[in-house]
Design a protein around this ligand. Structure first.
Ligand code: HAM
Length: 386
């Protein structure tokens, strides 16, 4: 619908691909399922898909930019399992490589937002931040590090260790003893250079035009190291705080280069399918519709006719289910009812002999009609408004 091609990348890849996600992140240091294969190669089950997609981009070097892709599938992180946090979970996501136009950021963020809306979720908040880029980071990092070092004695031991590896990540700490220090820390949004600030302003203005509301969240760091400039998270207030991110993403303008490619800006998101389903349950808006067939065939002549008829109708574009095991009419009608198909087609001995079938309108008021077998596909296509 928005010009994104499907990409299927491997479930496991060379460990090096995922190290680019960030060697100071929990995702890489603690949560990665990595192992040696029979050739002694270091392999990892993918903890996320952005690095794989960018690896594929660098490898195949597509020329039509921006290159827009979408994906879905399982990811693996060795986390402590609890509600909404699993070791195998599913994501659906998109990535756009080759443009740093802020309108691309707006498109990406809006597509995620509209997806939640289309499911009927109302308790989702969009959190937005800019993490700057190489033009503003050195000055900001110096200010942040100086501040955190000044307060190091009061930080948790974990945060003191994190400070040596990546001061930015300390802002992500959920530990109680760090909170007052983190609350007063210098913020990236106050240290953006003119160009990055303009980019961020254009993203916000684009979202305003679309009527998508957001909260500026200056301490939003995200759990992966590759982010630059626009970063965002979709948080569900219907879920427990610690697992309330139902999706997230951002720009990663340096990732392609760090994977051996030409400098290429990129942005994307991944939405957590498991958490989205939990949010749907919590908001009681389970995504429908259940996939009802168009027609349910009840065959009272043994079942072979239903096999032929179902095949014919399916080739004609009608979704068909049918009864099996030569069960009684009553038993088959019960299954037809449960299938929620709007029409059933009955084949009895007399009808078979006469080349006819009976079409029953299951919910409307047209009742039962005898239709010649050769006209059935036309009749159903018309009734279904195809
Ligand atoms: P992430 O924030 O690590 O980002 O994961 C995205 C979403 O996956 C989270 O918001 C959450 O809904 C879900 N998720 C993460 N870990 C778990 C888990 N253990 N159990 C259940 N759900 C989980 C990324 O993965 C980036 N690749 C997103 C991205 C795409 N950034 C740019 N492009």
């Amino acid at each position: 619908m928005a010009g994104y091609g499907h990409i299927m990348s491997p479930i496991f890849e060379d460990l090096g691909v995922f190290l680019r996600v960030g060697e100071s992140t929990d995702v890489v240091t603690k949560e990665m399922y990595d192992f040696e294969d029979k050739d002694g190669k270091r392999i990892a089950l993918r903890p996320e898909l952005t690095a794989s997609v960018v690896r594929a981009f660098v490898q195949h070097n597509p020329t039509n930019l921006p290159w827009k892709t979408w994906y879905e599938g399982p990811q693996f992180r060795h986390e402590r399992p609890q509600a909404g946090r699993y070791r195998q979970f599913s994501q659906v996501g998109i990535e756009v490589l080759g443009s740093d136009d802020p309108q691309v950021d707006v498109e990406v963020i809006a597509l995620g937002w509209r997806f939640y809306e289309s499911l009927g979720l109302r308790e989702v908040t969009l959190l937005l931040n800019s993490l700057g880029d190489d033009s503003c980071r050195p000055a900001y990092f110096a200010a942040l590090e100086a501040y955190l070092r000044d307060h190091a004695a009061d930080l948790s031991e974990m945060s003191r260790e994190t400070l040596d590896k990546n001061p930015l990540r300390v802002l992500d700490s959920k530990r109680r003893e760090d909170q007052s220090i983190v609350a007063e820390a210098p913020l990236m949004v106050d240290h953006l250079t003119e160009e990055t600030a303009e980019h961020f302003a254009a993203v916000r203005a684009g979202l305003d035009v679309l009527g998508i509301s957001y909260e500026i969240s200056p301490r939003l760091v995200r759990g992966l190291d590759y982010y630059t400039r626009t970063t965002f998270e979709y948080a569900s207030t219907a879920l427990e705080n610690a697992q309330n991110a139902v999706g997230g993403g951002g720009r990663y303008d340096g990732l392609a280069e760090s994977l051996g490619g030409k400098p290429t800006p990129g942005i994307g998101f991944a939405l957590g399918v498991d958490r989205i389903l939990l949010a749907c349950d919590a908001e009681e808006v389970f995504p429908g519709p259940t996939v009802a067939p168009d027609v349910f065939i009840v065959d009272l002549t043994g079942g072979a006719e239903a096999t032929k008829l179902a095949d014919e109708l399916r080739q004609g574009g009608i979704a068909v289910d049918r009864g099996f095991d030569a069960r009684s009419m009553r038993a088959q009608m019960k299954v037809a009812d449960r299938s929620a198909a709007p029409y059933s087609v009955l084949i009895g001995e007399d009808e078979l002999a006469a080349g006819m079938v009976t079409v029953r309108d299951m919910y409307g008021d047209t009742g039962q009609t005898q239709v010649s077998r050769t006209d059935l596909l036309n009749e159903l296509t018309t009734r279904l408004g195809r």
